[in-house]
Write a protein that binds this ligand. Structure first.
Ligand code: HSE
Length: 307
């Protein structure tokens, strides 16, 4: 195989209570990438469609992660990367991770799969660091593993795959404003009160248990973030209104997707997720901010090979 076209999915990081550790993978939103082997050594970005991103190998997240793998593998060929962006940078649904994880997934395929998903996560984190200033893996891991993931630790890197309850669907609203991950991280407090920490780790544990036991009621009770959301929600216009209206429409829970501005909801059926999308749509239609809404099954596969 000399060329591969892949679907690189959007992802939701944090999942309310799991800042920097929890994430899940979306199905209907994602980029496409074409990677081909070349006789000339090195990594080259040859095409970017759909976003204004750098072509320089050391500046683009896709090539930075690709170079981390490439330098480790030291193959006797090079690779060209074409990126077709559908996930808007700065949207909060893992745009940089889709690029960073997509390139290493595709190159690994072209090399005959020498690396495990955990090793690929490690390479992709080098690219993610360029975009967000921090080597977090909570978008990369679900993009590469599929479903829900928990990053147990980044050094050493340990990713846990969590089960996905079958009836679970996500709704996303993406207000067309940009929130920079680095800025959304900078506003967070360095210390948190012990009582908030207790609430938060109780919710993370409960959420993981709910996923293992298909307990939608417990899942709903656990989708609460007392640590990050109170600060970041101020960066997202009408966040509280969207949340209230989506819960009224039957969502199990609502939170900020990654560092925002996208907002996610989880529901116990496609029908309910669609009702939540209508509720979010109605709320934002009353504002003067453009937006998109999406309904997606949880993608348990992650990356997909298209050809
Ligand atoms: N966990 C990261 C954050 C995800 O919330 O800053 C960024 O998409």
């Amino acid at each position: 195989m000399n060329e591969i076209r892949i679907f690189s999915p959007a992802t939701v990081a944090n999942v309310s209570c799991g800042f920097d550790v929890l994430g899940f993978c979306l199905d209907t939103i994602g980029d496409q990438m074409v990677i081909r082997k070349t006789p000339i050594k090195g990594i080259k970005i040859t095409k970017i469609v759909g976003a204004d991103l750098p072509f320089e190998a050391e500046k683009n997240v896709a090539s930075v992660s690709a170079l981390a793998l490439y330098n480790h593998a030291n193959p006797d060929c090079g690779f060209e990367i074409e990126i077709y962006k559908n996930i808007k940078p700065g949207s909060g649904i893992g745009s940089s991770s889709a690029s960073a994880a997509g390139s290493v997934f595709a190159i690994n395929q072209l090399l005959g799969n020498p690396y495990s998903p955990t090793q690929l996560t490690g390479f992709a984190m080098k690219g993610e660091a360029v975009a967000s200033g921090a080597e977090h893996a909570d978008n990369i891991a679900p993009a590469l593993f599929g479903g829900f993931t928990l990053v147990k630790s980044t050094a050493p890197l340990q990713v846990l795959q969590l089960p996905t309850p079958k009836e679970l669907y996500a709704t996303i609203i993406h207000p067309q404003i940009e929130v920079k991950t680095s800025e959304a991280r900078a506003i967070l407090p360095k210390n948190i009160p012990l009582q908030d920490a207790i609430t938060q780790w109780s919710n993370v544990g409960s959420l993981v248990h709910a996923l293992h036991t298909n307990d939608y009621k417990l899942l709903s009770q656990a989708l609460i973030d007392v640590v990050v959301e109170p600060h970041r929600s101020q960066l997202i216009p009408y966040f509280n209104q969207v949340k209230t209206d989506a819960i009224k429409a039957g969502a199990l829970g609502v939170g900020i997707s990654g560092s925002g501005p996208s907002i996610f909801a989880l529901s116990q059926s496609k029908k309910n997720a669609e009702a939540v999308a209508i509720a979010m749509h109605n709320t934002y239609s009353k504002t003067n901010i453009s937006f998109n809404t999406y309904v997606s099954k949880i993608n348990t596969q992650g990356m997909k090979i298209l050809s």
